[in-house]
Design a protein around this ligand. Structure first.
Ligand code: NAG
Ligand code: NAG
Ligand code: ZN
Length: 593
């Protein structure tokens, strides 16, 4: 062979593909590929042939096994899910809709590899979610190519696109009825289960209407039935108690002195506010509905933190199991089933915080809740369908990041995430608390020692921390608070990257109990099609209810003069978009340690 000819001059050569790989390697690594002598080449070809033969056999065997596993997993969900032979829904049926807020496709890869490492599982081990992937969703809103959770959930709730910040309201600031409201009116029982404030955008878009997502006081009132359509939610589990307490009460975050818990009780709700009361619910003989369970003033703690004191807050899977049992029991003698929305709300928050250690535990907690739903469907005597998706991706998560000018090696390190025992958010909280208490008079040396030992070594499990990293935390600013710096340490050491503290426009995954349960959602879809799917499955007509909301002049708070302003407000931050700081995320400037 003419070894000195330019490689690309002979694309038809029988060795071309091998050469191209060599060249690609050379280009990518900046190293010259080694040319081999002709004899070596011959032996190498024989070797390659044998290798290819073995690989082919292995692939055929694997394909057979995978095929088999597929048919097994399908036979598990072989029920029609409530779809009749004519393609229309029929009979008594339940709809469970799950939202993984802020979870993009990369979160799955991150979490899957983390779990394989942490539990010593084989390469082929996947999450429950992975086994139920059926499609992907396009997420843009009317006001931006990058949606927020409000516009995202309005697409699910109403089946319509709207502007960032809209809570079941259209761009013309008219209300749109939701699948939950329509389900209630059609005779279904309904529920909302979340791990953040129940007044946050996602749950709000199913049971309230507001021109801006910030109107959480108003949203709380509507959710418990101070609403022109009356009470539409039968079961509420989540956080956000502070919006239900009058401003004269400790822990309240309301702007007025309305006692929304008392209003809920007037509307018939039972009320619980602790894990203890949650555990005492009589799920054997049937929980009394309507039920309002608010287990935290704001968010339920991240799973990575919650597990250190599980007696304080229920997990997402625990809330899910109780909710399904309660709704199922409450519809036992009805010819209509239930609709429930269950959200892994705080995957999004780990993305905003760029905290990969907290994220894997949030995704695993959601995966466990997803499994709990599948388990319910498998054992329940009624037909039912589980559909899950995300409203958007958060953080621009990347598994693999270039930290220096050198061409990067191909790896990332789940062991760094496995070493962390707390979220960066928790550790920041602990730091501020220490500063207020014991540390208030501490000198810089003592402060540095606390950061090094308690926050970084014990909390993050990082042992090789530099003085600069500790110093940066002491001198942190509100724009780059200690939590961001701590999360950045973990990310860099794990070689996990982030492009933003906000959302991104990447398509997100759609999951279902089985592809046959949601054939309309197989493949790539607009997010509104998911809302329309729910309406179709439950056989709902939203239009008359939308007309009723308009006729009754539902109070939705002041809109901004233009959607553009709503959009900025919805971002939740007042960052000047031109004031970029890519170095934080590009990582090149952060080659410490
Ligand atoms: C509480 O709300 C009332 C209005 O409902 C208001 O007059 C009062 O100033 C508020 N108090 C505080 C401490 O914010
Ligand atoms: C994990 O923690 C152990 C003990 O604290 C430490 O020796 C090890 O270096 C840590 N591993 C990583 C990847 O940080
Ligand atoms: Zn978000």
């Amino acid at each position: 062979m003419a070894g000195d000819e330019p490689l690309l001059a002979r694309p038809t050569s029988e060795h071309s593909s091998e050469r191209e790989y060599e060249e690609e390697d050379a280009l990518l690594t900046g190293q010259r590929s080694n040319r081999t002598s002709t004899t070596h080449q011959r032996w190498r070809e024989i070797g390659l042939f044998v290798w290819a033969l073995i690989a082919t056999v292995v692939i055929i065997v694997l394909a057979t096994v995978v095929q088999h596993e597929h048919s097994v997993s399908h036979s598990r969900g072989e029920t029609s899910g409530g779809w009749g032979k004519d393609g229309r829904p029929t009979g008594k049926r339940n709809m469970i809709f799950m939202v993984s807020d802020g979870m993009g496709p990369t979160s799955l890869s991150l979490t899957r590899s983390y779990r394989q490492f942490e539990s010593g599982l084989p390469i082929g081990d996947t999450l429950v979610l992975d086994k139920h992937l059926i499609g992907s969703s396009r997420t843009r809103s009317t006001s931006s190519l990058i949606t927020d959770s409000a516009a995202g959930a309005t697409a699910f709730g109403c089946g319509k696109k709207s502007y960032n910040g809209a809570i079941a309201v259209l761009p013309d600031h008219s209300p749109c009825a939701t699948v939950l409201e329509a389900a209630k009116k059609a005779g279904y029982m309904t529920g909302l289960v979340v791990t953040t404030r129940i007044t946050d955008a996602t749950p709000a878009c199913f049971a309230s209407h507001a021109n801006r997502r910030e109107y959480e006081d108003l949203i709380a009132e509507q959710e418990i039935g101070n609403h022109p359509l009356g009470r539409t939610v039968d079961l509420i589990f989540g956080g956000g108690r502070c919006h239900f307490l009058p401003n004269s009460t400790e822990g309240s975050c309301r702007d007025d002195d309305k006692d929304v818990v008392a209003m809920a009780k007037d509307n018939g709700f039972s009320y619980i506010d602790s894990r203890k009361a949650f555990d005492n619910l009589d799920i054997g003989t049937g929980v009394k509905l309507p039920l309002l369970g608010l287990f935290a003033l704001l968010d339920i703690p991240y799973e990575i933190d919650r597990v250190h004191a599980p007696e304080l807050h229920p997990s997402q899977a625990e809330m899910t199991r109780v909710a399904l049992k309660a709704l199922s029991a409450a519809t036992k003698d009805s010819d209509k089933g239930f609709f429930v929305m269950i959200e892994g709300s705080r995957i999004d928050h780990t993305g905003h915080g760029n905290d990969p250690a907290a994220q894997v535990h949030e995704v695993l907690a959601h995966d466990a809740a997803f499994e709990a739903v599948l388990d319910f469907l498998e054992h329940d005597e009624n037909e039912g369908v589980l559909v899950g998706t995300s409203d958007h991706e958060t953080g621009g998560l990347a598994v693999g990041v270039q930290l220096t000018d050198e061409y990067p090696p191909y790896h990332w390190f789940p062991e760094v995430l496995a070493n962390a025992s707390h979220s960066a958010e928790y550790l920041q909280h602990k730091w501020f608390q220490w500063l207020r208490e014991e540390g208030s008079n501490a000198d810089l040396f003592t402060q540095a020692q606390y950061i090094r030992e308690t926050l970084i070594e014990d909390g993050l499990g990082i042992s090789d921390v530099s003085d600069e990293e500790v110093d940066a935390i002491i001198h942190a600013t509100p724009l780059k608070p200690p939590a961001y710096l701590l999360a950045n340490m973990i990310s860099r050491k794990a070689h996990v990257g982030w492009t933003t503290h906000g959302h991104t426009a990447v398509d997100v995954n759609i999951y279902a109990s089985s592809p046959q349960h949601a054939p309309q959602l197989v493949g790539n879809h607009e997010n509104t099609e998911i809302g329309n799917f729910i309406a179709k499955y439950l056989d709902l007509d939203l239009e008359p209810l939308t007309e009723e909301l308009k006729r009754k002049n539902i109070e939705m708070g002041q809109p901004h003069a233009s959607a553009a302003v709503d959009e900025v407000a919805a971002s939740g931050r007042n960052l000047d978009p031109d004031h970029g700081d890519l170095s934080t995320h590009g990582g090149v400037e952060h080659v410490a340690g």
